[in-house]
Design a protein around this ligand. Sequence first.
Ligand SMILES: [Zn+2]
Ligand SMILES: [Zn+2]
Length: 354
Amino acid sequence: MVARGSGAELRVERVRLPAPGPGEVRVTIRAAGVCHSDLSMVNGTLAARFPLVLGHEATGVVAETGPGVELSVGTPVVLNWAPACRACWWCRRGEQWLCADTTAPTVPRGETDDGVPLHLTLGLGALAEAVVVPERAVIPIPAGLPPEQAALLGCAVLTGVGAVRNTARVTPGESVAVVGLGGVGLAVLSAARRAGATTILAVDVAEAKRDLAFAAGATDFLLSDDRLSKEVRARTESRGVDHAFECVGRAATIRAAWRLTRRGGAVTVVGMGAKDDMVSLGALDIFHSARTLRSSVYGSSDPDREVPVLAAELAEGALDLGVLVSGTIPLDEAPVAFDRLARGEGARWVVTLD
Ligand SMILES: [Zn+2]
Ligand SMILES: [Zn+2]
């Protein structure tokens, strides 16, 4: 799935990938989710270089290994778009999600059929039949997981669950609001439920998300309109929620999440927004509200450690991702998934390959 430029029509193209070099593997992709960040690169919200192979949330099987690789052919894996070096200052502190030496997505790899160097989304380019990536960008998982669900472990689920468990550290009995019910927002909802939150308010502009929200674990669904703040206070003894999660990546929704949070509560920004979208907060409000505003990059997680935990939960049935998968489609029809995502339809659309 290649984008030739910002706003250009998406096409499935034949491309040439290099053979795996030292420390690299070739992975045959079995399923890849279409994530909002892919859409943001296509529509210009996030900066990108073209031609660009889309996709960064996928599962597959190791098909070929370069020299010095320990993984064996046939190992099922999930792709990791922020592989940690384990040597930099942040990695040594245990903050792998802030690694200073993660795979540079700006370096082209492979080429189009007409010989133009290819760029890969977040160093992966996973909406494809295969990828060639460093060994550290793949994480082994148990065999036999449903591929359309396992794919989501690599972005939406790790991000959503990590935001709840690692960044916000939601505890039993707390109240939570989730603003924006795409794949990540729904993953946050279900993680909040599993963390024992008792008031879980799902917020979206689209009424069509109501059923999905309840299926994912919300205790209430609220439309994002002028009455939102009032409705949230009516459900939290007039205080506001302990935790608000912003899963859109816009100044307006960050402000909304801020206003829904109680004095002393925490706002966790999970959505990735544009660099020129400025958030304005009153200086007195910041002081008086005593709220914490922080972001959750890749769920503040160490993917190498946490993806296998989530995969085990999926295998045991403790983690049910069925509600996140709105449907599967073949690669040829992947542009349709982008249209649906742009219209805010469903949760995750997953491209499956046989
Ligand atoms: Zn993503
Ligand atoms: Zn590092």
